[in-house]
Design a protein around this ligand. Structure first.
Ligand code: ACO
Length: 430
């Protein structure tokens, strides 16, 4: 027996079992030996929403939710946000180490080589209604990429996998920018590989066709957007990353798995919360209405969007960095009138026992929308930006899952609560 183990007494049978503990976990299949009879299937653990279930071993992101710590591959998020760029962070997540100068130059070139979309993808985007949500457009066009690159299903070939990683990281900003321009009825702007990753993204979003030969991004705004992408690049086994891993576990190409992850991110309880925060601030309207709104939240009428987190039971470290970045952006764009309201909402919530006792703090989405709005994005684009950034993490996690010998197709169990063995009733007798 290992030195760390758990002794379980089954009070149904009086039998004792010794189950090894490793890394603070027991293996759920070890419970299956616990039976009341030979034909008993064996004990399982019941964990809706995976509140206490570890699904993988991962070396990518570390979170200590009680202390408000987030690290990518061991590097604190604060240092990466201050010193790094999104492309460098994407390399770190995918490859496990910070790149050398040559590696970063090569990585950036490989990704830039994939900025362009097949012209037929533009036709798909044209087909969407002008009021279509850009997340829906992104999800569908990422899924459609699967049909353009059939070789991408060769997921166990390292070179093919690498190429799809470059391809997705390269095409995500282009798809996002084209979705944005489609909503505005503007012609699409081809990518400009002479600009940085973020600068090119800004050019595709905002270059005035016919009025500008070359778009020059404002350095402070370019940096702020880069920081936002860094902060959103990975967050271990959240809902969308789990979707990426679960779908990826049946071995489709990475475009199919990424489309699934985008769908998961779209929900208002996950990445869609940043859009909801802005709607909420608009609904509240002014500082004097905050106490009344908080009262309604406390009666359970609605949730305070941008507050609370499954893992962080302390201030989300990303929210602190974003709050600071907001001031750098507002110094250029002028302040967002909703900022004062958000600060007041945070102040009142954090001094209220309802939020304090439940450890509900602002999460990454609470302030990000205010910056995005100041940068010129409509609310519908907020989650799209999240998806562009999170693609780096999704791909790193997908690759880690594929190379993990312990992983198999994801397939949870259930407790069956329905009828059994009923006799079919003909229509006339129902
Ligand atoms: N406003 C008011 N009450 C809340 C909030 C909130 N934002 N979040 C949680 N609570 C309450 C719950 O009602 C519950 O109260 P109870 O114990 O009296 O029943 C308690 O706090 C615990 O909450 P759970 O729902 O059990 O927490 P869970 O871990 O399941 O949910 C989640 C986490 C989904 C993030 C939740 O806090 C929430 O819905 N927040 C608002 C949406 C949001 O901002 N999502 C973005 C998350 S960050 C991200 O995905 C990038």
């Amino acid at each position: 027996m290992p030195t760390e183990s758990l002794t379980i007494t089954d009070n149904r049978t009086g039998k004792k079992y010794e189950v090894p503990i490793a890394d603070g976990t027991i293996r759920a299949p070890d419970l299956r030996q616990i039976k009341t009879s030979d034909d008993d299937f064996g004990l399982m653990s019941y964990d809706p929403a995976f509140m206490n279930t570890v699904s993988c071993r991962s070396a990518i992101a570390f979170i200590d939710g009680d202390r408000g710590i987030l690290e990518y591959r061991g590097y604190p998020i604060e240092q990466l946000a201050e010193k790094s760029t999104f492309l460098e962070v994407a390399y770190l997540l995918v490859h496990g180490e910070l790149p050398t100068k040559t590696q970063l130059a090569d990585w950036s070139t490989q990704i830039a080589n994939h900025y362009m979309l097949h012209e037929n993808i533009k036709k798909f985007i044209d087909g969407f209604h002008h009021e279509a949500h850009p997340m829906g457009m992104l999800l569908s066009t990422v899924g459609a990429l699967s049909t353009f690159y059939p070789e991408s299903k060769n997921i166990f070939d390292a070179a093919t996998r690498r190429k799809q990683i470059h391809r997705l990281l390269g095409k995500m900003p282009t798809l996002a920018a084209y979705a944005h321009r489609h909503c505005l009825g503007l012609p699409y702007e081809y990518p400009d590989p002479r600009l940085s990753y973020v600068g090119n993204f800004m050019a595709m979003l905002w270059k005035r066709t016919g009025a500008e030969d070359r778009y020059t991004p404002h350095p402070a705004l370019e940096r702020a957007l880069d920081i936002l992408l860094i902060l959103h690049a990975d967050h271990e086994q959240n809902c969308s990353t789990s979707a990426m891993r679960v779908v990826g576990s049946s071995h489709p190409d990475p475009f199919c798995a990424t489309a699934a992850a985008i769908g998961a991110l779209f929900g208002p309880l996950h990445g869609g919360a940043n859009e909801e925060v802005l709607k909420m601030l608009r609904e509240i309207g002014s500082k004097d209405k905050v106490p009344d709104y908080i009262k309604r939240v406390k009666t359970g009428e609605m949730k305070l969007m941008g507050f609370g987190h499954r893992v962080y039971k302390n201030y989300d470290p990303r929210a602190s960095i974003i709050k600071k970045a907001a001031y750098d952006v507002f110094a250029v764009t002028g302040t967002n009138p909703m900022l004062e309201l958000a600060i007041e909402l945070e102040r009142i919530a954090l001094s209220d026992d309802y939020f304090v006792s439940r450890k509900l703090y602002p999460n990454v989405d609470f302030y990000s929308g205010l910056i995005y709005e100041a940068l010129g994005f409509p609310a519908e684009m907020f989650t799209v930006l999240f998806a562009v950034a999170r693609t780096a993490g999704w791909l790193a996690q997908w690759q880690e899952m594929l190379l993990d010998k312990e992983q198999k197709i994801a397939r949870p169990r259930q407790v069956f609560t329905g009828h059994r063995q009923r006799t079919y009733v003909p229509m006339a007798q129902r």
